[in-house]
Design a protein around this ligand. Structure first.
Ligand code: GRF
Length: 213
């Protein structure tokens, strides 16, 4: 089987990227990372990628915003990001702590081929600060979700989820750590399902087959 060619988009520390790289290196995940792209030049994930000999690039949102008018900055940024992605021509784009909305140009160029990891059990607590939202709501179970990206905010078809208990004395930090441990298992697992050809999108759901047929 040919390894699945992936691009990873990040904005920060890149611990999910690390989990994906580790799974590939230990041969648990039949994939190859073609490139890691960050919207911020100082994202620690870029260093992690370089340490593993992976092409690491920045499409610097702030710099782009400085050089073009406010109205067109998003459009320009998205076009440059799309060009960069198309240069690598990945089978799958993985958002791993990428803190920007993916715009319509990229969604339509990579429809059904962009996935994201979210630190809550969607459809509960989409958007930012999901762990705090979960604590504030008083749920007893939270977790993480790997899902396809569509035009909405964290609304696309769900591939897999992992649950974690919310404890009485949890803070945003302690709950985030417990969820992150599961994210590091969930993301490589979801990519593996896709690499094995076992994930099919059907409307707003996914169907996961047992054997890749
Ligand atoms: C993770 O909690 C992920 O679910 C969310 O952003 C965080 C990124 O962490 N989307 P890292 O950069 O992968 O360490």
């Amino acid at each position: 089987m040919q390894p699945l060619k992936i691009a990873v988009l990040i904005s920060g520390r890149g611990s999910n990227l690390q989990a994906i790289m580790d799974s590939i290196e230990s041969s648990e995940l039949p994939a190859k990372i073609l490139c890691v792209i960050s919207d911020k030049p100082d994202a620690y994930g870029l260093e992690r990628a370089r340490k593993h000999g992976i092409q690491a690039e920045t499409v610097d949102y702030k710099e782009i915003a400085k050089t073009c008018g406010r109205a067109s900055q998003l459009d320009t940024y998205e076009s440059i990001l799309l060009d960069t992605l198309q240069r690598y021509n990945p089978d799958l784009v993985c958002l791993a702590g990428y803190m920007r909305i993916i715009g319509p140009k990229i969604i339509s160029a990579f429809r059904g081929r962009i996935i994201n990891i979210h630190p809550a059990l969607l459809p509960s607590f989409p958007g930012l600060h999901s762990q705090k939202q979960a604590l504030d709501h008083g749920v007893k179970i939270s977790g993480c979700t790997v899902h396809f990206v569509d035009e909405g905010c964290d609304t696309g078809p769900i591939i897999l989820q992992k649950a974690v208990p919310v404890l009485e004395d949890d803070t945003e930090e302690t709950l985030s750590v417990r969820i992150l441990e599961q994210e590091h298992r969930a993301y490589p697992e979801a990519i593996r399902l896709i690499a094995e050809g076992r994930v099919r999108i059907e409307g707003r759901k996914t169907k996961i087959s047992k054997d890749g047929k």
